[in-house]
Design a protein around this ligand. Sequence first.
Ligand code: SF4
Length: 762
Amino acid sequence: MEFESISAPLNQRDVLAQSPAQEDGAYKLTSPQQVAAGLPAVLSSLEYAMKGPGPLKGLALLRTLNQKGGVDCTSCAWPDPEHRSLAEFCENGAKAVADEGTRKRADKQFFVRYSVEELSRRSDYWLNQQGRLTEPLYLAKDSSHYQPIGWDQAIQLTVDRLKGLDNPQQALFYTSGRTSNEAAFLYQLLARRFGTNNLPDCANLCHESSGVGLNDTLGVSKGTVTLYDFYQAEVIVIVGQNPGTNHPRMLTALEKAKKNGARLVSINPLAEAALVRFKNPQDFLHPVHGIQTLLGSGTQMADLHLPVRLNGDVALFQYVCQQLVARGAVEKAFVEGSTSHFATFKAALDREDPQQLLDQCGLSAQQIEPLVDWLAQTRRIVFCWAMGVTQHVNAVDNVRAIVNTCLLRGAIGHPGAGLCPVRGHSNVQGDRTMGITCYPKAAFLDRLGQHFNFTPPRNPGLDTVKAIEAMLARQAHVLVCLGGNFLQASPDTETTALALKHLRLSVQISTKLNRSHLVTGQEALILPCLGRTEADNHQFVTVENSMSIVHSSQGRQTPASPNLRSEVAIVCDLAGSLLNTDWTPYLHNYDRIRSEIEAVIPGFSDFNRRVRHPSGFALPNLPRQGFFLTGDGKAHFSPLQAPSHQLPAGHYHMMTIRSHDQFNTTIYGNDDRYRGVLGKRRVIFLNPEDAALERLKTGDFVDLLGEQGRVAENFMVVVYPIPPGNTATYFPESNVLIPITQVAMGSNTPACKSVMIQLRRR
Ligand code: SF4
């Protein structure tokens, strides 16, 4: 997309779309840590809980976090064990509830003090530190400051702008993965009754490639394992995932699996601390264990670390499959009885040159051999993955390559085995189950239309990248965001900012201030909602975790302001005016919403009774029992060819990563304790040989140059153990370098993990 072809935006405010390039304050670098969690995690959790909400509220928040009948963590979607610990949370879960429970308030005086232009010159970390939003706010056309506005007026203004559109396809209804099932179900119904399937969501940006790859091969778009499969597995392969920061309680499950004899294999360009050694913070709940853990060196985690090159996964798994086939380590009965397309898969495999595969993944046969040995010895294998697999141009093939290896070993449909895309946002999977998708299945629309007696739109809607393109092309004029930070979660920051400025109206339903409130349409509204930890009229909501367990979550904290509304209430209010329908019965009793869900979505029979079970219930997952929902009822092998990633001289592949002090685009702090970077976010991790070639050393500063003039300024070099030609930076600071056109084939997920860049010394 050429900038010059884009006409002048409606919003002419001089706002910064990126966090300022100048980072003040002291920083410190240490060597990367070799052990994760432990006492530092306990102290950090307590520090956050005490500082933000204050000691009493902080402890109250932690006491109910992930407990039965308590509050489900708003961060990742790692499941809760049946037997909950007294402290059933990790450091990042503690940060999340402390962040929501902060005593700070971004109230109307705050917005009198700061214009949106002034606020945009603050860092994302600073914006998040300003506290909870307290009342609805309106940014009028050509004005510089948000003004308070009444709820009714705000709702009516949104409805007027929606009704003022030429057609419903000019509206976009975005969802972040924090949204509860109840709010998500009503939100999709609102959009479809309004006449559109334009339901982009954060899943488009993360596990869409998993959904497409699994749907193609198994007929379902979700993982197939339970927590108990981890405890019974003999080999657990973790690909492109950093559980220590992004799913920390997974480490407890991995440690338990190891104690049960499992081998762990980490496939990742970076040797992340948590997959080196782990000190379980839960041990500190037991005096003796606590001392042992304190004084000990922790549990050794990965038995094998394969520092694969960025986007070398297809090559690696093709090589592994070649070796397994060569050794006859093919589960014949399973392959013949439960799969199809083995022949085409094998033919494609035989065409691959093993040495070329090794070169492409950047590993040696000796390095990979233990993995092949261990996979050949068992069917009890669990494959887990995250963004390191799903955010590449060939990401869907990455998923297919993992599935091929799994099917070859018959590692699915029985205990201790299966596939596990680990979701990074607490209800991102649940939102999809509720119908938050721009590609709804016909059967779902049939049931929805029949049950609510209307004709749902049938044309595919816009996913997140297509939504940005539609805004740029002035084909979409109103964006409503149910949670999230659309600008910073999206790629190509300056392009996305331009797109947002083309809108007539942007509406953000949020708990805290972020940059998407500052880079807006001509008009903008902030509708402050209740947090998940806050009491909502004695109602509870439900969520679905990575392993398809649906369970309840009930907040009991006093809301940050009496002027907040729940997500459900805001959606009901919008529906009331937009659709001229009365949804207030849903508002007063969420069981009514769940009855509607039960009527429309398979797997939710007797929903209201079953979800009141303290551990909730599992949704049906046929591949877990060895049944596949593909056209022929078999699991499908995929013929693949490993992509080649030749880099021109002086170019590097960059992956965007999270620091340990952030959750998605929410920046809790400027430290990345495990990687040894304290007090700084604009850093680039660079391979020692590459640094020598560039005559750069740790502490030097560079600009990062992307395609078509994209620049990310003022990054400090940190020489780091990362494969040659590969680099890493934190998002959202480097999202500006990711072209909106660089997306995964088949899933349209931005390819944030292999962005081509050059370095320019400052
Ligand atoms: S592992 Fe995930 S869900 Fe559990 S407490 Fe930590 S961040 Fe929250």
